[in-house]
Ligand binder design. Structure first.
Ligand code: DX5
Ligand code: ZN
Length: 216
């Protein structure tokens, strides 16, 4: 299991140090939640902030766009150093051409689905995706409860990925903690985003080690 700490739960006044802290603690990816106050009822940060933080670590930047018109900003996030860009299938942009913009920039494309969206919405694009992101909370805020009823979506996608012989990874995001990560692992999840479960603990390394151990 790969762990991607969500920086949404970090101390933003020490953003760079927080990245370094979870890097040294064994984070696999840095999960960066971009919110526009429109697609979701919350605001965070954009490409200029990510660009300034890029050299804090060599770990991949997993940029999760919760914004209405992602196609307008793909170039900015690619320039900022995003390694993976995920955007929501429920957004206002054309999915196919937004994926093309990501592909043209040599960034790894990912598609995300909210809890009320069926996994079938991803199928037409699955072959092109580095990763499929199944939200296990309503996007917008950290610290919410994990929705175990999203696991059939993970199983459905994993099954389809295997059937097609793809190497697409499945990520879940929201409510991952000591008492929920085993459920995600059992469903076949490859990457778990964890905000509160990592930044809410004093010892980030112990937190990440424990989450990984609970998957075995
Ligand atoms: C929610 C974000 C998540 C969030 C997860 O919209 O996409 O990445 O930070 O936080 P936790 O792990 O606290 O649920
Ligand atoms: Zn996220």
């Amino acid at each position: 299991m790969l762990i991607a700490p969500s920086l949404l739960s970090c101390d933003f006044s020490r953003f760079r140090d927080e990245i370094i802290r979870v890097d040294e603690a064994g984070a696999d990816y840095m999960h960066l939640d971009v919110m526009d106050g429109h697609f979701v009822p919350n605001l965070t940060f954009g490409a200029p902030v990510i660009k300034k933080l890029r050299n804090a670590t060599e770990k991949p930047f997993d940029v999760h766009l919760m914004i209405s018109e992602p196609h307008r900003y793909i170039g900015d996030f690619a320039d900022a150093g995003a390694d993976i860009i995920s955007f929501h299938v429920e957004c206002d942009s054309d999915v196919d051409s937004t994926l093309k913009l990501i592909e043209e920039r040599g960034v790894k494309p990912a598609l995300a689905i909210k809890p009320n969206t069926p996994p079938e919405a991803i199928l037409p694009y699955l072959d092109r995706l580095y990763m499929a992101l199944v939200m296990t909370v309503e996007p917008g805020f950290g610290g919410q409860s994990f929705m175990p009823d999203m696991m059939p979506k993970v199983e459905f996608l994993k099954n389809e990925i295997e059937k097609r012989g793809l190497s697409t990874l499945v990520e879940v995001d929201g409510g991952i903690a000591k008492d929920t990560i085993a459920t995600a692992a059992k469903a076949g999840v490859d990457i778990c985003v964890a905000g509160t479960a990592v930044f809410g603990e004093k010892d980030a390394k112990a937190a990440i080690d424990t989450l990984k151990a609970l998957c075995e």
